[in-house]
Structures are given as C-alpha cells and as structure tokens.
Design a protein around this ligand. Structure first.
Ligand SMILES: [Zn+2]
Length: 214
C-alpha cells in the first residue's frame, strides 16, 4: 500500500493509535488526517511530555469549576476576578460565555466584574430564560442593594444578533425594578458579529464608551 492511500483509507497499524485518532478528531476543527499526524507526533516525542499533556487535560477537566458568584470558569469557589480587591464591584458586565470574558479581559479596558449567563435566549434552539443564570444575576444584585458592594451599573455585553437582542430585552425588563443603570457595549461591533471575534481595540473602545440601553 502506498503512503498516500494509507492516509486516505486510514487503515491503522494499531488499534491503540486508531482509538487515539478517533478521540483527537472529535475536537473542533480537527480532521482525521490532522488527528493522525498529532497522534504520531505524540507517540514519537519524549514520553514524559505526552504524559504531561494528558495530565494537564485531566486536571483541567476534573478540577475546574464555575465561580459561585459570576459563573465564570474558576479553580476555586470564587474566581480570580470576583476576589480581586482592585476590581470595581459596582459594575457588572453580563456576557454569554467564558470566551467573552477572555475577549473583554484581553482589552485591559474593563475593571468591573462579570456575570456569565451560560448561553443566550434562543427560542429556535429551545433555550429559555430558565436555562440561563438570570435568576442568580437578579439575586446577586438585589442582595447587595443598599450595601457598600451595591451594583450600580449592568453592562449588557451580548452579541448584536437577534438572540442577543432578545436576551438584552428580557434582562432589561427584569432589571428595571432593581434601579440599576443599564448600558450596552454593542457599538463598534458589526451587526450579526460575535463578541469573541471583535478585535481588541474595537471591543476595548466599545466598553469604555458604552451607551445607555433603551
Ligand atoms: Zn467570579
């Protein structure tokens, strides 16, 4: 069998390699050929390095949790952002998922806290308000009202898509009775664009010059 047909047909010389390729190819953007190349690389390099990689993946998967307050991914019960005394707890930016937190953090323009909804309202996909961390946001704000830790502003950091608008509209309705200022960072992000893919400068500018949501 020629080399190219080996790759195309993927007749594996080992059941163990086949299993590894099968698992690696389940990752986003990784086809069978790339998975095979990775598997052979992992097999060829120093055994200790490959074991370190698998240990890092296992530790990440089994030891990370969600922050009790903001639901961002965290190593502890409360995340590093929520426990940082330099952050401004009077401002909370509501985002869809952890990738948005990373994107905003990368701009170095935001000093407030976050609230990760864990998704976005999408009737088409059957995701309603109860599937998201909305009640915990309302509870978090109402519990701190009248204290030194009161939330004064909620920034809606949601994608400017139909689902993002629906979620923003719903949140505004629920936040109204709590008397907090509601702003949005949507400006500067292309319509239908994803928060994650907005470039850092645009996103940074958007969060600094946020506008009152109406
Ligand atoms: Zn947190």
């Amino acid at each position: 069998m020629s080399r190219s047909s080996f790759v195309t047909l993927l007749n594996y010389p080992s059941k163990l390699i086949e299993n590894a390729v099968e698992e690696i190819s389940k990752l986003p953007g990784i086809g069978k050929k790339t998975a095979l190349r990775m598997a052979l690389h992992l097999l060829k390099r120093d055994e200790r390095q490959t074991l370190q990689l698998s240990e890092a993946i296992i530790a990440m998967r089994t030891k990370t949790q969600y922050c009790r307050q903001c639901h961002n991914i965290s190593d502890e019960e409360l995340c590093q952002i929520c426990t940082n005394p330099k952050r401004d707890e009077s401002v909370v930016c509501v985002v869809e998922d952890t990738r948005d937190v990373l994107a905003i953090e990368n701009t170095s323009q935001y000093r407030g806290l976050y609230h990760v909804l864990g998704g976005i309202i999408s009737p088409l996909e059957g995701i309603g308000p109860n599937d998201l961390k909305i009640e915990s946001l309302l509870k978090r704000i109402s519990e701190k009202q009248g204290t030194d830790l009161a939330v004064k502003e909620v920034i809606l950091g949601l994608s400017p898509t139909m689902e993002g608008d629906t979620t923003a509209f719903y949140l505004t309705k629920r936040l109204k009775p709590l008397n907090v200022k509601i702003t949005t960072i949507a400006r500067g992000i292309p319509i239908g664009g994803d928060l994650e893919y907005a470039d850092e400068i645009t996103l940074g500018r958007s969060i600094v010059s946020r506008i009152v949501y109406e």
